[in-house]
Unconditional design. Structure first.
Length: 315
């Protein structure tokens, strides 16, 4: 597996900042949040500067997506907000039938990114192919795929070949965004460098993101290594460590990006507003960000502009 030996440590931009707080918070809630509570969370995130959201998970979640589309037209959410609707692959037919019968505005469908997970045990990828083909009939044009991996033995040639096969299939069906899942949190930073550098080199037209877990305390290091290796999408959440051991919270990720002079997303991020967002029906009492003298209350973009620029490239 070839590796791009040159990585950029700082002074670059990551164009996509995606928030999955809504889905993560639903996993933690003692009771299901109401529609108004879920929308308030999205309004708060939008006010803080985030405009790319992951929604969905089942057919009963389309009501949030519908409200987002209405709010975008009415100006309560940015008109150019990006919505990703997660489709559970094992129940994709039910979600497809709901969208087909609802007769939604074709523009709503075309502007939404539909996300699927590839089943690593499906050698022919038939379930994924059937799902994405069906959603294309609805008028969907943007797709994202998550690829689950268990790196318990490191990045073997067989595992890398399997990943490449799945990416090639996804790309042939018009998928632009691909998330690499480190399902059990086994990746180590050196392995992440090898994997991500190779994928960026082999698939230059794909926008990659990495989703990993913190079972071994390496989640943030692995996320940063993926960005420095060329991944162009950062996924975060305001939910702290959960039963799946996530620790790549948006605040921590932005802090590390600031330290490395990495600009993230397309809008200015107000970290003060971000730190004060209250999650609905959650037992997760989020602390405020640690106060950095004169920096804590300033927007993310302004902080970036005040940090001395360094050109450091690791060969």
């Amino acid at each position: 597996m070839p590796i791009r030996h040159k990585i950029q440590c700082n002074n670059f931009s990551v164009p996509y900042l995606v928030d999955k707080t809504l889905l993560d918070n639903a996993e933690r809630c003692s009771s299901a949040p109401s529609l108004s509570e879920q929308m308030q969370l999205l309004y708060d995130l939008s006010e803080a500067g985030i405009s790319n959201f992951i929604l969905g998970g089942d057919t009963d979640k389309t009501i949030v997506w519908e409200q987002c589309r209405v709010d975008m037209q009415q100006g309560q959410l940015p008109e150019n907000a990006e919505l990703t609707y997660k489709v559970t692959l094992n129940r994709w037919e039910a979600t497809y039938n709901h969208f087909a019968k609802a007769n939604y505005d074709k523009q709503w469908i075309a502007e939404t990114t539909f996300a699927f997970t590839m089943d690593s045990y499906d050698n022919e990828n038939r379930k994924f192919i059937n799902a994405i083909t069906a959603f294309k009939r609805l008028g969907a044009k943007k797709f994202k795929v998550s690829i689950d991996n268990i790196f318990i033995n490191g990045i073997t040639s067989a595992r890398y070949l399997k990943i490449c096969q799945q990416i090639s299939v996804a790309e042939s069906y018009g998928v632009k965004f691909i998330r690499i899942n480190d399902t059990l949190g086994w990746l180590q930073p050196a392995e992440t460098l090898t994997l991500c550098s190779a994928l960026v080199r082999h698939y230059p037209r794909v926008i990659f993101s990495l989703n990993t877990y913190n079972d071994r305390g390496l989640a943030l290091s692995n996320i940063m290594m993926s960005l420095q290796s060329g991944f162009q999408m950062l996924e975060g959440s305001l939910v702290r460590d959960s039963n799946t051991s996530r620790s790549n919270t948006t605040e921590k990720l932005l802090n590390m990006c600031i330290e490395n002079n990495i600009k993230v997303g397309k809008r200015s991020i107000d970290r003060r507003l971000l730190s004060h967002i209250i999650l609905p029906n959650s037992s997760d009492n989020r602390p405020e960000l640690q106060k950095a003298v004169s920096l804590n209350n300033r927007p993310y973009s302004n902080i970036m502009n005040s940090i001395p620029r360094r050109n450091v490239v690791l060969h």
